[in-house]
Design a protein around this ligand. Structure first.
Ligand SMILES: Cc1ncc(C[n+]2csc(CCOP(=O)(O)OP(=O)(O)O)c2C)c(N)n1
Ligand SMILES: [Mg+2]
Length: 325
């Protein structure tokens, strides 16, 4: 890996973290973000490292914890923040909010709130590419909790039967909504579920951006060679609760500190940059400062942006509904 690539990964991970810390304040202290807000803090290496392995045309689809993926596919802090604030300049015009970031141009399809349902949409995207005879693949992200849902099993089965070009990326952060894996899942290793459908699976250290990137690259390559679906279980940790308001009382004391102190993906890459490359502390500080500015500007941009106009209320919905109204 060259220095510029690693600095770019570092920049992306810091952007996601600062962006979300600011979003948390805007939600809890300023009331400028409403609805749900699921933070990705702690898991940054998964989105950044894996999305860096895709080429143009490959699809990305994920669940409601989607701000990190949105920024990693290259959407600007301005348009993602404006979306969080429900403004017309947001990535989907202020209509989706936190859980529904998406961008057709970047083949990034969202952002879904129904746990597990988008896994079938990702499988459909892969089927479409196979049908058209392209070498595009789909990277489909979901949580450990989503593997208990029927859609997950039906999708894995079909993907395996039809050898679809899809990389199933399970972001295993040990918990669903207030419930640990052990309490909700009979199989505690997610790769065992993939094995049931004869899909090759690997457990990866999801806090290590190098491991994430390499594993995703290999999985994508296998898909492009027609070897069918691949499964990666990224072992990771979310530092915040499931969504704002979750005080995470179900976690053992000290668990968060341990992950944060020993495994933090940003600190780990930082150390690597300082020890293995001729990167200085000053350079990293300058990146951090530039990002703080970028986030502040995104908030200003969103504050100053208009809400969607009332006469666009029925845009983008089925004509029959619009007529009915
Ligand atoms: C079909 C469905 N059931 C339940 C919920 C409520 N719910 C939202 S997130 C969640 C837990 C999902 O956990 P996981 O897949 O591990 O993802 P994480 O939140 O840890 O990223 C639940 C039960 C929902 N949104 N949809
Ligand atoms: Mg989870």
């Amino acid at each position: 890996m060259d220095k510029d690539t690693l600095l770019d990964w570092y920049r992306q991970m810091v952007l996601i973290r600062r962006f979300e810390e600011r979003s948390d304040e805007l939600y809890q202290l300023e009331g400028k973000i409403k609805g749900f807000l699921h933070l990705y803090i702690g898991q940054e290496a998964v989105a950044v490292g894996s999305i860096a392995a895709r080429k143009e045309g490959d699809h990305i689809i994920t669940a409601y914890r989607d701000h990190g993926h949105a920024l990693a596919v290259g959407l600007s802090a301005n348009e993602v923040m404006a979306e969080l604030m429900g403004k017309a300049t947001g990535v989907v015009g202020g209509r989706g909010g936190s859980m529904h970031m998406a961008s057709k141009e970047r083949t990034f399809w969202g952002g879904y709130g129904i746990v597990g349902a988008h896994i079938s949409l990702g499988t459909g995207l892969a089927l479409a590419e196979q049908y058209k005879g392209t070498d595009n693949v789909c990277l489909c992200y979901f949580g450990d909790g989503a593997t208990n849902i029927g859609y997950f099993h039906e999708s894995l089965n079909m993907a395996a039967v039809w050898d679809l070009p899809i990389v199933f990326i399970c972001e295993n952060n040990k918990y669903g909504m207030g419930t640990s894996i052990e309490k909700a899942s009979a199989a505690v290793k997610m790769i065992d579920k993939a094995k049931a459908y004869k899909i090759p699976g690997k457990q990866i250290d999801g806090m290590d951006i190098f491991a994430v990137h390499e594993a995703t690259q290999k999985a994508i390559e296998a898909c492009r060679k027609g070897k069918g679906p691949q499964f990666l279980e990224m072992m990771t940790y979310r530092y915040e609760g499931h969504s704002i308001g979750d005080r995470t009382r179900y976690r053992p004391e000290g668990e968060l500190d341990k992950w944060r102190d020993e495994k933090d993906p940003i600190a780990t890459l930082q150390k690597h940059l300082l020890s293995e490359f001729d990167v200085t502390e000053e350079e990293l500080i300058a990146i951090d400062e530039a990002i703080m500015k970028e986030v502040d500007e995104a908030v200003k941009f969103s504050d100053e942006s208009p809400l969607p106009a009332l006469d666009t209320l029925f845009d983008h919905i089925y004509p029959s509904n619009a007529e009915a109204n």
